[in-house]
Design a protein around this ligand. Sequence first.
Ligand code: UDP
Length: 357
Amino acid sequence: MKIVTVLGARPQFIKAGSVSREIAKHESIQEIIIHTGQHYDANMSDVFFEEMQIPKPDYFLGVGGKSHGAMTGQMIEKIEEILLVEKPDWLLVYGDTNSTLAGAIAAAKLHIKIAHIEAGLRSFNMKMPEEVNRILTDKVSSILFCPTLAAINNLNNEGISSTGTEVCLSGDVMQDGALFYKGLAEKPSELLIDDYVLCTIHRAENTDDEERLTSIVKALNEVACNQTIVLPLHPRTKSKLESLSITLSENVQIIAPVGYLNMVWLIMNSKFIMTDSGGLQKEAFFFEKQCITLRDETEWVELVEAGVNKLVGANKEMILAEFNRCINKPSALFDQSIYGGGQASKAIVESIIKFMA
Ligand code: UDP
């Protein structure tokens, strides 16, 4: 069986780290990897392939740093050319980026079966590019691997049962990665402290909205008077802060984006997490850290229900209130079964093999 996997952005490399390792255990499967180049910097891309031993991409499309339309359109064209040559049995895509959607559209038009990992998630906010990408990808996929029951419910509410699409509760592949890599975690060499709160900001709804970005930075600067914040700075956020002349306090320790082994160390050794990242909300949970989510909604609703994740948006007063609550009352209950317990990649590969038989 031949599978073509389309990847392009940091969270997809992290997810593929676990699934490609599982695929490699099966001699009957040949995996061809297309890297679209959506993220292409050494510290946003290469480091993950090296550290997580993801097979070197067979094709690199070099389609990064463009508008959504230009990026997605050029990806579709180039992926189609490759699919016509490779003639795979399956196309495998992860999550909700432009690379996910481009791969799915190219394969659907060629009648190649599509497996979507991290299917069924919804923020119910159609202004998010990720929401558009994930809904459209789910619609054209043959098999949908859902990380949570909430994702299955979303698909049921959209009438998936009448479409003939296979839906599988696989658990979350990021939990497989967190368990596998935690023993390999390494302290980032540039970090000189051990007492910090970890923060990441990169989502367009925050970086592309001056009012929201300013409000988040004001809150961070205020809490940083008493507690060092470590901020691995995403390139998009860096350029927005620079262009808007928004400055962070000296107690916000900015570092360049780190590889996964450093990131796992940073999560494990933090007091708690503040983020607008999807993946980091779950990783906080896997490592039993509370999470303050700098968004108005989340796809990971079970974390909010479990009381370990609080949505505060970009509201300065809400960020400060939740920060003080986490600093003063850090304990919570983390039931690790809600994401499947770390067997998702195995379940996914076995399902694909079964589906072919
Ligand atoms: N991450 C990383 N290095 C960093 C920042 C994040 O390895 O400097 C990891 C993080 O642990 C998570 C993934 O990148 O596994 C999340 O990616 P991102 O926040 O870019 O995307 P999202 O999950 O929101 O789609």
